[in-house]
Design a protein around this ligand. Sequence first.
Ligand code: CP
Ligand code: NVA
Length: 307
Amino acid sequence: MKRDFIDLWNVDPDEGWKIVKDTLKAKENNLKSNTLSGKNIALLFTKPSTRTRVSFEVAINHLGGNSFFMQEGHLQLSRGEDVQDTARTLSRYVDGVIVRNHSHTWLEEFSKWASVPVINALTDKSHPCQILSDVFTLYERFGEDIKNLKIAYVGDGNNVCNTWLVGTGLFGLNLFVATPEGFEPNSYYFQAGEDLAKMTDGNIYLTNNPFEAVKEADVVYTDVWVSMGEEKKEEVTEVFKPFQINGELLSYAKDTVLVMHCLPAKKGQEITSDVFEKHADFIFTQAENRLHAQKSLLDFIYKKSHS
Ligand code: CP
Ligand code: NVA
């Protein structure tokens, strides 16, 4: 049976921890293997990407496979070929498809029709590879103590935020989310996170007060206020101003606070340049870890898809 990775709930807590712990081994050993030997993996992206695309292509190469990048505009999709036929055709040629798409619904449909593993490289609703890797970044730093951290996500209740809710439930973490009113995360993802949190002793708390979320936090995480495809929202960035990660807001956190950003950053909006530079080493370790986490994820998916 094939394994897809469309949302974090496609793995159970034990599987999630296995991927995270194997990421540490992959990073320590600079893992090179033959897991994907003879396999071709396509990347089908309709939005720009620096980290996700390059880290996946390098990861596939390190696992002995071949990757190739396709933009929607170069496929018959751009002339109206439907998702069902695109998925069925690609499945006859390649061994997996990694998709970055504007519509999560489209991706769910694609995965239904594809007979090879499909991995979500970001949609309007979720970004599971990002949060898997971010959980690893915290695990690498704190080990099992990760469960005792206060993690604050501050900013827009977007795809990254939605996925943090699910990640908190899956891994039993403690997450405070502060967004402006009207920009809260998706209620379906909130419920999925809550349901998982009941099994894992995780805790999710939503507020519209950034100071409440950041108070005594060990980790403060942010993302852009205007995600790809939401450019019209640029007009409403005013309401986000109290949610900027700056020196004043961070003074409410623990002195040892770590700042995370999935990148790309819009400095001067969700984070000030001085805060960004002060925490740049950790932020770029976070970016580096995408490579290691995706090697571990691919290893997991392709070993499972064989058995
Ligand atoms: N964080 C992230 O997904 O970055 P890219 O958009 O560059 O892939
Ligand atoms: N929320 C951002 C994440 C980019 C990695 C976006 O969707 O543009």
